[in-house]
Design a binder for this molecule. Structure first.
Ligand code: CO
Length: 206
C-alpha cells in the first residue's frame, strides 16, 4: 500500500506547484456545478473521464448507477447536492459493458447483489422484446445499459427533491450519458430534462 501514499504525496505536490493555494482554497468551501451519478466500476472514474479537478463534481456511485427512491444514501446525496450545494446539472452516466447490467440479465443466482439488480431485472422485463431481438449478447447488454441510464435519470426527475426545485422555477437540468470503456469517450443520450413534465406524475402541477 506504500506506493499509494507515495503517489498521493507526488500528486499533491504537483498540484501545489502550479497553484500553491489550490488545497487551501478548496478546504474553505466546495462549489461544484455538477452531481455525477455513475457506476462503481473502476474503469469509470467520474472526475478523470471529464478531466475535471477536485471541487468540481459531487459524486455518487453504485453498482449499475441505480437510483431508487427508497435508497437513503442516494437520496441524501441528491438532496445535499441540489439544496445545499445548488448544483446546476445532474448527470446520470452509465457505461457500455456494465457488469451489473450483464449480471441482471443472467438467469443465475448471485446472492445479495440480486436484490439490488432486481431494479434492472424489472427494466429488462419491460423492454424484453426489443432487447432480445438483437443478434449479439454484447448488443443486448449495451442497449439495456442505455435504457438503464434513461430510467435512472427519469427516477431522479421524479424525486421530490428535483420536483421541488422545478416547481420553484430554479435552474436544474438532468442529463443521461453513457461512457464507452473501449475508447474512453462519452455519448450524450439526448435526455435533457429541465422542468416538470406529465411523465413525472403523480406530482400535481399547480
Ligand atoms: Co457498471
Amino acid at each position: 500500500m506504500d506506493d499509494l501514499f507515495e503517489k498521493n504525496r507526488k500528486w499533491a505536490e504537483r498540484i501545489k506547484e502550479s497553484d500553491p493555494d489550490f488545497f487551501l482554497n478548496l478546504s474553505k468551501r466546495q462549489n461544484p456545478e455538477y452531481l455525477w451519478v455513475g457506476c462503481s466500476d473502476s474503469r469509470v472514474p467520474a472526475n478523470e473521464i471529464v478531466d475535471m479537478p477536485p471541487g468540481t463534481m459531487f459524486v455518487h456511485r453504485n453498482i449499475a448507477n441505480v437510483v431508487v427512491h427508497t435508497d437513503l444514501n442516494c437520496m441524501s446525496v441528491i438532496q445535499y447536492a441540489v439544496e445545499v450545494l445548488k448544483v446546476k446539472h445532474i448527470i446520470v452516466c452509465g457505461h457500455y459493458g456494465c457488469g451489473g447490467i450483464q449480471t441482471a440479465m443472467e438467469n443465475k443466482e448471485h446472492g445479495l447483489i440480486d436484490n439490488w439488480l432486481g431494479n434492472i431485472k424489472d427494466l429488462y422485463r419491460c423492454h424484453r422484446t426489443r432487447i432480445d431481438a438483437l443478434q449479439s449478447e454484447k448488443e443486448r447488454i449495451n442497449l439495456l445499459c442505455e435504457l438503464n441510464v434513461l430510467e435512472q435519470a427519469t427516477n431522479i426527475c421524479r424525486t421530490t427533491i428535483v420536483q421541488s426545485v422545478w416547481k420553484s422555477g430554479e435552474e436544474l437540468a438532468v442529463h443521461g450519458w453513457i461512457y464507452n470503456i473501449e475508447d474512453g469517450t462519452l455519448k450524450d443520450l439526448n435526455m435533457r430534462r429541465e422542468r416538470l413534465s406529465a411523465c413525472d406524475a403523480p406530482v400535481r402541477q399547480d
